[in-house]
Structure formats: structure tokens, C-alpha cells
Design a protein around this ligand. Structure first.
Ligand SMILES: [Zn+2]
Length: 431
């Protein structure tokens, strides 16, 4: 009867070759399951002589929850000592990677489980830590240990890419000052997959990354998408000179909106001699201004016109608003042949002497980037970079808080947005 009950416990525990020494049930706390290995050595791994147990060190491991309660596995290990006093090995502690990696304070099965929960299903570290009844760091180090090896050894993760996107993203560094750090996402724009993440937002790191790729892989890239920034343009100019450069519409429209905003603030200061306050007409319409025209209902449109009439005596903000809408309209057309002509015409028009200074600056930007802006009309046959790129960056950013360093941020982002082959996780050894 006794042995039958023990067998039931072993089946429930589901670990290979262990004896259950006992189960502690502390109310409102974890279940504590004491185990030892059934298989063990009796000879020295170095000289083959007899060994004896020197000590029984106890290791406490976080395990998967059972019956709705957190579980601790209390592993009573054996510390061996060689009987030959001159043997170089002297003592060692037994180890079993099938139970737990010697460097992690959790069982192997829970390490794999939490890596998938956090990496693949984007659960938060805190949430999983709560479920397993342990702290943030225990969970995070396991995700990094298993995640790093999954990301590195999945050699098929980066396949053929026909549109490569470069985009900057911010993350917080956990630490005394919670400093902001920039990183660059390298994105398979068509698949909406994060290929990699490199430090900073200069040309240096993405260039280095591209230098390490095979020439045949680079040759298959047809489009390079980016914001209106010099560094990323220079990456494409030097490392992928054959690709058609495409300015991401999202960033082009964002730039038009920021020029509109600049204009609104300047007119606000010039007319009222103070920065925007709650009751000021231009301050009150700041949201309506950046909203897409077709998304304003009659009431919104009326309100916007009224506020502009009150706060924009020379019609400068209204002009900047029209300029922004004209930039948005560039993307309504789909005629690739006429696209360049449209961008050039609009860019020149916006530089008219009578235009507000911000609108003229927008016009110059359109002319400087005209080829990249117009190229979207050709590349959009690939379903447009905008949507997938921005959704992806949003997803990465949502998980980007509280990272202790860039390495952790990179691994967590790649696990989530890099679509690794999760079936490999079963067979990999954590690092
Ligand atoms: Zn020995």
C-alpha cells in the first residue's frame, strides 16, 4: 500500500528517476516537494575509485504550479568525495539537467514553460512571477537563458526578405535613473516580423548587422523602408545600394503633423504671448487639427473652423492643416507613374513665399525625399509597409518597459515579434 501511494505521487510529479521524500503542506504557501535522485554513481568520475557521500546540500527550485498552488521542489542532492586523497577531483555535487540547469533556480520544465508564456504569449513577468510564487528576477533570468538559445539556434528564423525596414524604438533601462535608450528594429516588412534589434539609432549597428549577412540574402531585398532620417538612408546607400528606398507613409504624415503643431504653437505665442492654456482656441483645437479630415464629423469640423477663426487671424494654422491633409492625400492615389510628379508639385507649392515658415520647411523635406516618398506607390503592391511595421513596433514597445539591459530587451522582443520556431524549445539546453 505504501509503495503504491508513493508511485501515485511519482506519477503526479512526473519527473524522471526521483524518489519523493515527502510533501510539506504549509497553509497559504507553496507545496514543498522533497526529492532525491534514484540513480547515482558509486565511483569517482576521474579515477574510478570508491566514493562516499560527504554532504547532502539542499537546493530549492521553483516548479510549475500544481492544483492551483505554487510549488517548490526541494532537491536533496549528494555531494560526493573521492576516497583517494590525492585524486584531483576531490568533491563534486550531483547534477541532472533533466530536473534543473545548475545555474537556474527553477526546474527545467518550468523554465521552458515560462519562456513560452512570456516570449510567445506576451504575458508579463510580474504576472507569471505571481502565479509561480517567486520574484521578477527568477522569471526574467530563465526567459533570457532559454530565450537566448532559442533565438540564436533557430537558423531558419531569418528567411527570404523582400522588403527590409529600419525603424527606431525607445526602451527604458531599469536602474537608478530609468534612462531612455534608443534601439533600431530591423523588420521583414511584408511578413511583419522582427528580424533583429540593434543598439542605438545611428547607421553603425544596422550596417554592421548587414555586413554579417550573406550576399545572396541581401540580393533578394527589393525595398528598404525607413523614416525620414539620414542615418538609415546611409545604411541603405552603402550596404544595400541596389534596393529601392521607400519612405514609410506613417513617418511622412507624422512629419507633416509635427510641422502643423509647430505652426500652431508659434501662432499661439505670437497672438496671445503665452504657451497654450486650456481656454485658448488654438490649444483647444490641437487634437482636431491632427485628426484625419475624413474622421471629423460635422460637429468636429464646425468646431475646428470656429476655433481657427478665433485663434488664427492670418490663416497660417489653417494653411499648415491643409498642407498636412495634402500630404495625406498623396497616399490616396495609387498611380505609381504619377507619384513622383505629385510629390514634386506639392513640395514646390508648399514652398511658396506666402506660406508659413513651417509649411515651407515641410515642402523642402518633401522635395529632398521625393524619390523615397513616391517609391511607396510602387512598393505598396506588397501591401504597404505602414501597417505591419507600426503594429509591430507598437507590440515591441508595449513589452519594452523595465528591461535591465539591451540584451534582455532584444531577446524578449525577438521571442515575441521575431516568430522563432517554438518547437525547438523542447530540445535546446539553456545558456
Ligand atoms: Zn577520484
Amino acid at each position: 500500500m505504501e509503495s503504491n501511494a508513493t508511485r501515485v505521487c511519482e506519477i503526479l510529479l512526473g519527473l524522471p528517476a526521483v524518489n519523493i521524500l515527502g510533501v510539506e503542506d504549509v497553509q497559504d504557501e507553496s507545496l514543498r516537494i522533497h526529492i532525491e535522485c534514484t540513480e547515482h554513481t558509486s565511483t569517482c568520475r576521474e579515477c574510478g575509485s570508491q566514493v562516499h557521500i560527504k554532504e547532502r546540500p539542499v537546493v530549492e527550485l521553483v516548479d510549475l504550479p500544481a492544483f492551483g498552488r505554487p510549488v517548490r521542489l526541494i532537491w536533496h542532492k549528494r555531494r560526493w568525495e573521492c576516497s583517494i586523497s590525492t585524486c584531483p577531483v576531490k568533491t563534486w555535487t550531483e547534477d541532472n539537467p533533466r530536473i534543473a540547469s545548475s545555474r537556474l533556480s527553477m526546474t527545467d520544465r518550468s523554465g521552458r514553460w515560462i519562456t513560452e508564456q512570456i516570449g510567445r504569449y506576451a504575458r508579463s513577468v510580474n504576472e507569471v512571477a505571481h502565479e509561480l510564487g517567486c520574484d521578477w528576477h527568477t522569471i526574467n533570468s530563465a526567459v533570457i537563458a532559454y530565450g537566448t538559445v532559442l533565438v540564436d539556434e533557430d537558423t531558419c528564423r531569418i528567411g527570404v526578405v523582400s522588403a527590409l525596414g529600419l525603424d527606431e524604438t525607445l526602451f527604458f533601462r531599469l536602474g537608478e535613473w530609468h534612462t531612455l535608450q534608443w534601439a533600431t528594429c530591423l523588420v521583414d516588412v511584408e511578413a511583419g516580423t522582427l528580424l533583429d534589434l540593434v543598439e542605438g539609432r545611428t547607421a553603425k549597428a544596422p550596417s554592421t548587422w548587414l555586413k554579417q549577412r550573406a550576399a545572396s540574402w541581401k540580393q533578394q531585398i527589393r525595398y528598404g523602408t525607413m523614416d525620414l532620417s539620414g542615418p538609415y538612408k546611409s545604411v541603405f546607400d552603402t550596404e544595400l545600394s541596389h534596393v529601392i528606398q521607400v519612405a514609410d507613409p506613417f513617418h511622412v504624415i507624422k512629419h507633416a503633423n509635427s510641422k502643423l503643431d509647430e505652426c500652431r504653437r508659434r501662432v499661439q505665442n505670437a497672438t496671445l504671448e503665452h504657451r497654450g492654456r486650456k481656454a485658448d482656441p488654438l490649444y483647444r483645437c490641437r487634437r482636431l487639427l491632427t485628426k484625419a479630415k475624413e474622421r471629423l464629423d460635422d460637429k468636429g469640423r464646425e468646431k475646428l473652423l470656429g476655433l481657427l477663426k478665433a485663434g488664427d487671424p492670418d490663416g497660417e494654422v489653417a494653411t499648415a492643416w491643409q498642407a498636412k491633409e495634402a500630404v495625406r492625400a498623396l497616399y490616396v492615389h495609387t498611380d505609381a507613374k504619377l507619384a513622383l510628379e505629385w510629390v514634386e508639385t506639392l513640395g514646390k507649392e508648399l514652398q511658396g513665399k506666402e506660406k508659413p515658415i513651417e509649411v515651407r520647411s515641410l515642402g523642402r523635406t518633401l522635395i529632398r525625399w521625393r524619390k523615397q516618398i513616391a517609391a511607396w506607390h510602387e512598393s505598396q503592391v506588397t501591401n504597404g509597409p505602414t501597417e505591419s511595421m507600426n503594429n509591430l513596433v507598437k507590440r515591441v514597445k508595449r513589452g519594452a518597459f523595465g528591461f535591465t539591459n539591451f540584451v534582455n530587451f532584444r531577446i524578449r522582443s525577438l521571442l515575441y515579434a521575431g516568430r522563432p520556431n517554438w518547437s525547438l524549445l523542447k530540445t535546446l539546453t539553456p545558456r
